[in-house]
Design a protein around this ligand. Structure first.
Ligand code: FAD
Length: 172
């Protein structure tokens, strides 16, 4: 039939790859999450936003590496690599991706992880927007030792030595 297919996440990408005059797949209605408190993992359906993950994890004293803005989508960000507030300590979002459930072009639904379809898992962690439709992601979470303050502080240049000294002594 030659019908062009594209997948849209939060629509925040700028290269046009989430738009098509053909068939557009939108997972927005799939936004359930499941937390395993013992393993400290969260599995999120592909339509979730970061606040769908951050809020329930926080209720268990946990956090994962995710996007900095709560109402942005998890899918384009995760599949593109992803950096967030906790990246300095725990790496990229894809470093904390344990598995992804993918629909392939031939219609098969497969899990990609370090042990299942590892080549696909390697591919989705950074170039994943081209390898199928991501239905679900499982991320590693961590104990949140203290509340996080996200925001910007702007200081004069002569405060730099004191700021560097403070940050070096700040508990990680
Ligand atoms: C306000 C704002 C805050 C941001 N903050 C951060 C941040 O903190 N950290 C960071 O790393 N980046 C951040 N970004 C960048 C953002 O992660 C990228 O622009 C990302 O590509 C957006 O993903 P999306 O799903 O919203 O975009 P879309 O444009 O919908 O999708 C982007 C790409 O992903 C593909 N895609 C979407 N869903 C799926 C799916 N389920 N399966 C397969 N492919 C899919 C689309 O086809 C397209 O190619 C931010 C962007 C904005 C606008």
């Amino acid at each position: 039939m030659g019908l062009e297919v594209a997948v849209v996440g939060g629509g925040h990408g700028t290269n046009g790859s989430a738009a098509t005059p053909g068939l557009l797949i939108d997972l927005t209605a799939m936004n359930k999450t499941m937390i395993d408190v013992e393993k400290k993992t969260i599995t999120a359906e592909g339509g979730c936003r970061w606040e769908d993950i951050d809020i329930p994890l926080g209720q268990h004293g946990l956090a994962t590496v995710g996007g900095r803005v709560g109402n942005t989508s998890i899918r384009g960000l995760t599949l593109g690599g992803g950096v967030g507030w906790l990246s300095g300590k725990y790496g990229l979002v894809v470093d904390n991706l344990l598995s992804a459930k993918m629909v392939l072009a031939d219609g098969r639904i497969v899990t990609a992880s370090a042990t299942e379809n590892p080549d696909l898992f390697w591919a989705v962690r950074g170039a994943g927007q081209c390898f199928g439709v991501a239905l679900e992601f499982t991320y590693q979470a961590y104990d949140l030792a203290y509340p996080i303050w996200p925001g910007q502080l702007i200081m004069k240049l002569d405060a730099l030595p004191a700021v560097v000294d403070f940050v070096n002594r700040f508990p990680s």
